[in-house]
Design a protein around this ligand. Sequence first.
Ligand SMILES: Cc1ncc(COP(=O)(O)O)c(C=O)c1O
Length: 435
Amino acid sequence: MRLNLVHEGADELNYEIRQIAELGRRLETAGVKMTWENIGDPVAKGEEVPQWIRRVVAAAAADSSSYAYAPTKGLLSARQFLAERVDGSSLDPEDIIFFNGLGDAVSKIYTQLERNARVLGPSPAYPTHSSAEAAHAGSHHLTYQLDPHNGWLPDVADIRSKVKYNPNIAAILIINPDNPTGMVYPKAILEEMVAIADEYDLFLVADEIYAELSYGSEAFVPLGDVVGRVPALVLRGLSKEVPWPGARCGWIEVYNRDEDVNFERYVSSIVDAKMLEVGSTTLPQTVLPAILSDQRYARWLESRRQRYAERAKLATQELGKIVGANVVCPAGAFYLTVTFQPGSLNYGQGLALEPEPVREEVERAAVKLGPTELDKRFCYYLMGATGLCVVPLSGFNTELPGFRMTLLEPDEKKFQRTLNILSKAIPAYLRSAAK
Ligand SMILES: Cc1ncc(COP(=O)(O)O)c(C=O)c1O
């Protein structure tokens, strides 16, 4: 090519949640019976969407209007419904913008942001945010640490000092409830983050896609309840809670747009970018008010929360017994993260792999890994030896070695089987080679 075609942020685009499945599929072809624990899709994992929800969707699909373009920001009926649902806030339907899934919203948030304006995000972090932020800046994502030895809570003093000494930080990202850790931010920490944003003239981004899936002792507090006059983008969607990830339907709630002209202009540019695409998926917006306001919906969510809470407790009990592994009981979302003690992984470790094509696939993939990817190596051997596909924690923008599994398996016996596999495979792997 006459010119370089590759954007300088291109190397920052990583999504290990799906990348790891490429090796998994090759192993499947080589005869391994796979258990997919990599992706946060309740439907793919076998959860049945209730009949009544499917009937509401079917009725809307029978109506021609569902096949039309939606307005740029989304159907007014859906935006009105969402605006009214936010308790005691001044949210207006005009402050709500629909997207083709939150992935689309996340992409617009970072693409429209001036290149030098950085968003400080959690580590570990859901990679769509960390990758998109890094790609927009053409540089590594800036992070604050979530501490696995303190319930995955962030160190607010660390956030404050990073903000204070880096004038390029324009915003702080909060993922609450968090993916991959399952941590739910206590109100006091949210208030401190709001105070930091206020003091240093920042805006906040709160990804609350798991808002309805919090089940710990700490109540989930929406950012909108504590945000005061700080400009903020709150992200919600249908993928996880209905669950309906295939709908590609998420939205941004804009708080305090009028408080800052610069923020207001930035938000307008997000809407303009959406306008170039015309709009977002119409059918899910059409049925959103009917589904979310139905009394059966509240009961449905409650039953799912209970199941995840039980799974979280059981998995924490069982995996917590493994010497060398650290587990924090999740309080929200549907993931569980296991971390390994620093230094406990090395290149000599492995698990017995057979038949020969399986060993070849795993070793061929493992040999390409760099020094910060020892947890990937563990995941590759685990997959080859047991068929269990989990996501290495290094895929979540962190140096902490570990992995993420889901709490989604609807079949209790299969879930227990997964825990049994991990309870045997982790110690076997850690013991397998002397340093
Ligand atoms: C924290 C978080 N935000 C956003 C998304 C993407 O959601 P959507 O399906 O609406 O694109 C996910 C998906 O796993 C997620 O975990």
